[in-house]
Design a protein around this ligand. Structure first.
Ligand code: FES
Length: 176
């Protein structure tokens, strides 16, 4: 795998005047999480979860605010947030299609499922449609190997999928 360098040191962070990490959120973290850990670093994951649950993703400004609040280096916060696929560091679509790419699903031709999604939505893995309706991702094992190939459409797990079935699942999500 090739290393991809990013101009993180000089990257401009989009700012809004209103903080993402609100006083209410900070108070709840102070009361609930900080007392559980020896250092404030322990409260980093709960803080990131709180941000993501509130906004659906974690903007850079929010990462900086979390670093400031927990007295951590911004680089450590960004490293942590970017390590876990479950944290979204860019906005996602209204619906998320997540195709499993791990070994059981790979053997059962997960690629045909992903390809149907790519063709139907006109986007590549990791992208969001222009209308903001769908984001397509591939994830590691969803813990349902017996039903491979599988995909999550939002919160719903679809097993033993065929390309036509994921096609229908996308239509169904679009109608909601
Ligand atoms: S490999 Fe796909 S669910 Fe486990």
């Amino acid at each position: 795998m090739a290393w991809i360098t990013k101009p993180s040191g000089t990257m401009a962070v989009e700012q809004r005047s209103e903080p993402y990490l609100t006083e209410d959120m900070k108070n709840s973290i102070r009361e609930t999480y900080l007392p559980r850990y020896e250092t404030s670093k322990g409260a980093l994951l709960p803080t990131l979860h709180k941000l993501q649950h509130t906004y659906g993703w974690i903007p850079r400004q929010a990462l900086m605010e979390a670093a400031d609040f927990l007295d951590l280096k911004p680089a450590d916060v960004i490293d942590t947030a970017s390590f876990y696929e479950e944290f979204w560091l860019k906005p996602k679509g209204e619906h998320v299609i997540a195709v499993c790419r791990s070994i059981a699903c790979e053997f059962c031709d997960h690629k045909a499922i992903t390809d149907r999604c790519r063709e139907k939505l006109g986007i590549e893995v990791g992208e969001t449609t222009d209308d903001g309706k769908f984001t397509l991702v591939e994830l590691e094992c969803l813990g349902a190997c017996g039903g491979a190939p599988v995909a999550l459409v939002d919160e719903k797990l679809h097993e033993n999928l065929s390309p036509d079935e994921i096609d229908r699942a996308i239509d169904e999500a679009r109608s909601h």
